[in-house]
Design a protein around this ligand. Structure first.
Ligand code: NAP
Length: 331
């Protein structure tokens, strides 16, 4: 295990819009950020084709292109990037230690932007059909289903909100829910139940997503009480069965809510001084690229203020403005 003398002022975990916006701001503040990301950089936006609601792109922008642009912008201001699996994070000692494969990175501030993963149904082809009829975000993809038929899976607030939102585009929306009552809060449930464009299949599970070479053509629905199976033709399947914040690394070290979302206060501060959390990892409610980017900006500013308040330590190999060169020579 290597643990060289270099101490980064700011390490950012995650390269979605929260992490990359934090990297742009931290880089511009000369906090010399190091961004550590997994083998599929860019976060959830790279799984959707076109982003139409990120301000500044009147014609929309491809999710991968948006994330690549953010990365280039962060690199322009001196952000360094490392690819690898973070296996452990130790916040009990300062500097904090981040273990990536066989290397330990040390840092004075940490920005957690590890995002959340949509829960999936566990059907064989659902991930390979992303962008070809399977979606986990109606706000992102609903526009592409104008005058088409779609299925929404789930019975919570997200599913109801997505079902109603999709009626703006789709000719028919069918909600498939595994029970005979909704988990959604009454106001959102009522809004969906009273919408004549929304049909409900109760006590039902999607057992198969049917597709041809061009994408989704239908679903097979199983009645969970009778085991009877039927087919329903549709052009899109929106899976809205909840999200799982990617916070396992921080269990027992940062305060979280009952769902595992990191709790923040005063912007993006966590229960540990010097550790900020931004984006979906701390946001069960909005989960938009633009809100994630906004909180990434806040996290970088709060990290910088924290660094500014630290007493000068001549023994640190990284002080403001010099670790960028050291980081490069580290290779
Ligand atoms: P959620 O409340 O956990 O609901 C998930 C839904 O998916 C439940 O109906 C659940 O069924 C179903 N489900 C879970 N796993 C499933 C599986 N494997 N197969 C089929 N169905 C499955 O998640 P959410 O709707 O995303 O909401 C998350 C949080 O965000 C909630 O606190 C919610 O209130 C909040 N939220 C608020 C708003 C708003 O206020 N405007 C909007 C969206 C979300 P069961 O009911 O049988 O468990």
């Amino acid at each position: 295990m290597t643990d060289n003398n270099l101490i980064y002022e700011t390490v950012i975990l995650g390269s979605g819009p929260a992490g990359l916006t934090a990297a742009i701001y931290a880089g511009r503040s000369r906090c010399c950020p190091l961004v550590i990301h997994g083998h599929q950089p860019g976060g959830q936006l790279t799984t959707t084709t076109q982003i139409d609601n990120f301000p500044g792109f009147p014609q929309g922008i491809d999710g991968n292109e948006l994330m690549e642009n953010m990365r280039l912008q962060a690199e322009r201001f001196g952000a360094n990037f490392v690819t690898g699996n973070v296996t452990r994070v130790d916040l009990r000692e300062r500097p904090f230690r981040i273990y990536v494969d066989d290397h330990a990175y040390r840092c004075l501030t940490l920005i957690v932007a590890t995002g959340a993963s949509p829960k999936l149904l566990g059907l064989g082809n659902e991930e390979s059909l992303y962008g070809r009829g399977v979606s986990v975000c109606a706000t992102c993809d609903g526009f592409f289903y104008r005058d088409k038929q779609v299925v929404v899976v789930g019975g919570g607030d997200t599913a109801m909100e997505e079902a109603v939102f999709l009626t703006r585009f789709a000719s028919k929306v069918t909600v498939v829910h595994r029970r005979d009552s909704l988990r959604a809060t009454p106001v959102l449930a009522e809004r969906a139940l009273s919408n004549r464009q929304v049909d409900f299949h109760w006590d039902s599970a999607v057992s198969e997503i049917i597709a041809d070479a061009s994408g989704v053509t239908g679903v097979r629905i199983k009645d969970v009480k009778s085991d009877e199976e039927t087919e329903l033709a549709c052009d899109g399947v929106f899976i809205a069965i909840g999200h799982q914040p990617n916070t396992q690394l921080f269990e027992g070290q940062l305060e979280m809510d009952t769902e595992g979302y990191i709790q923040t206060r005063n912007g993006t501060e966590t229960s540990m001084r010097g550790v900020m959390a931004a984006g979906d990892v701390q946001d069960p409610q909005f989960r938009q690229a633009v809100t994630a980017a906004g909180s990434g900006c806040m996290a970088a500013i709060q990290a910088e203020r924290y660094l500014d308040d630290l007493p000068y330590d001549p023994n640190l190999s990284c002080q403001k403005g010099v670790c960028r060169e050291a980081g490069k020579s580290e290779g």
